[in-house]
Design a protein around this ligand. Structure first.
Ligand code: ADP
Ligand code: MG
Length: 474
């Protein structure tokens, strides 16, 4: 039985009755693991999915499976965290269904051209240069990567990208691979981790065919080696790599390398290798600053098709500052939890989650140290809170308030609302404009100026604002 084909058929049918965002959250990284004597075991990536699928979809899945595989007597579910990585039977649920084309555009089939005998971890089309969020801390790396994609094997050769864990090195390397293949379909791209590279060499040595190995690598147009630091102290591998490097370099083939530290700091690596790395372009990626973190979170939330309040995203960006991987991890958990409990994530629930994940995180506001509860109290007022309060006060719906209606009875409350968000939360005019259906920042600016002026002369308006503020503080 072809597990993957069967599971694909089942999911294809199932997705018609599940909301897409939920479908992706819960069925990504699932697979049929075993089928034995009528009992089918389905692997799920985490306990969240396990509980949720069991509670909501066990019967439907059973019926669907039975349609295709009549002999099934029982379905069991098993948590397999390794499913998050690669698994032979796993189905990429994001590729299922027709809605996909509308929602996301992945680089089209970037088949990695493999030379016979070289096992290379395939490039993952998920990584592209266009979905890499650029900020001051990775701008140069991104620019160098883009240049390599246009003219591989010329100026930036080798390209050496270094930086801490989870800061996007693998993403960039894979993106270059994808892009080069897109631009030059006849080129051979090989992406390999230095561990894998080492294993291949060891294997070749054991089989006494290191010559064959060398010849094969010689045909590569673009060699990408991830996490080169693992070559440290592996002398024999370094020798082989040195030769491969030189040959490719002499033939103007592109070499791209990543490492967790700068070439000079790579202890345990031969000097002559380090010298080679320094012949090309060396760029680093640093931890993202607040704005980049925010942009990354917005982008990833969009990619997951999840709706998360802007203040919650800001909160995550504020407190997860170590790496992009951490950011992604928290975001995924937030999405999973909110789907599971069918609630909108709030600062409070997310704060608790972050604290559980990393108990050392201290929630402090920029002005004064405060405990978590105080922090919540301080930030409890979000844009949404203000919008709701203003709408309620003026007896309008939220949609009317942030909509485009230009009647005076809507326009004034809208200005009040913008003014309050500005004065209470100190958000930028741009951001407030975005919250109000993508209005221009000058519109917001005028609204605030107008309110400022009116408040000086209009006693009633001042009273109204006072009341709304009071509504907000309870
Ligand atoms: P590294 O190889 O440096 O340890 P990765 O490339 O594996 O880090 O990045 C970890 C995760 O963060 C990946 O899912 C990657 O897509 C994502 N990521 C890192 N940097 C960015 C960025 N600038 N924009 C978008 N996603 C990013
Ligand atoms: Mg990596």
């Amino acid at each position: 039985m072809n597990f993957k084909a069967l599971w694909t058929q089942v999911l294809e049918k199932l997705q018609a009755s599940v909301k897409r965002a939920q479908f992706i959250t819960w069925f990504q990284d699932t697979a049929i693991l075993r089928y034995d004597e009528g009992i089918m075991v389905i692997g799920v990536p985490n306990p969240f999915s396990h509980n949720w699928i069991l509670a909501n979809y066990a019967d439907t899945i059973f019926d669907l499976v039975k349609e295709f595989e009549n002999g099934v007597l029982k379905i069991e579910y098993e948590v397999h965290s390794s499913l998050c990585a690669e698994h032979a039977h796993k189905v990429d649920v994001k590729k299922l269904g027709k809605t996909l084309k509308k929602v996301r555009k992945l680089p089209n089939k970037n088949e990695v051209k493999l030379i016979e005998g070289i096992s290379s971890k395939c490039l993952n089309p998920r990584y592209s240069l266009s979905n890499y969020v650029v900020g001051p801390e990775n701008r140069l790396a991104h620019a160098a990567a883009s240049a390599v994609c246009v003219r591989p094997g010329s100026t930036y050769n080798p390209l050496f990208i270094y930086g801490g864990v989870g800061l996007g090195k693998t993403h960039l390397l894979q993106a270059i691979g994808n892009e080069v293949l897109k631009n030059f379909q006849d080129k051979t791209v090989v992406y390999v981790t230095s561990e894998k590279f080492t294993n291949e060499i060891v294997e070749a040595i054991q089989k006494f065919d290191s010559k064959k190995f060398k010849e094969k690598y010689r045909n590569v147009d673009c060699l990408i080696i991830d996490d080169i630091q693992f070559l440290a102290n592996k002398d024999r591998t370094q020798v082989e790599f040195f030769h491969t490097f030189n040959e490719l370099y002499d033939m103007n083939k592109q070499i791209i390398i990543s490492s967790d530290r700068a070439p000079k700091e790579l202890a345990g690596l031969e000097d002559r290798l380090v010298n080679r790395f320094e012949m090309g372009m060396i760029v680093d990626v640093q931890a993202p600053d607040f704005e980049t973190r925010l942009a990354i979170l917005h982008r990833k939330a969009r990619e997951c098709e999840a709706l998360i309040p802007a203040d919650v995203i800001e909160f995550i960006a504020q407190y997860c500052s170590n790496s992009v991987r951490e950011l992604e991890g928290v975001l995924k958990q937030v999405i999973a939890k909110s789907e599971l409990e069918n609630t909108m994530p709030s600062i409070k629930s997310v704060g608790e989650m972050i604290q559980k994940l990393s108990p050392k995180v201290k929630f402090v506001s920029s002005e004064e140290p405060t405990d978590l509860e105080n922090h919540y109290a301080k930030v409890a007022v979000s844009i949404q809170d203000i919008v709701k309060a203003v709408a309620k006060f003026y007896k309008l719906s939220v949609d009317e308030l942030i909509g485009t209606c230009r009647k005076r009875e809507v326009m004034l409350p809208r200005q009040v609302c913008m003014y309050l968000i500005r004065s209470e939360l100190k958000h930028s005019f741009e951001k407030i404009g975005e919250e109000f259906g993508g209005r221009n920042h000058t519109t917001v600016m005028h609204a605030c100026e107008k309110m400022n002026d009116s408040l000086k002369v209009n006693q009633r308006l001042a009273q109204e604002l006072f009341t709304i503020r009071k509504l907000l503080s309870v």
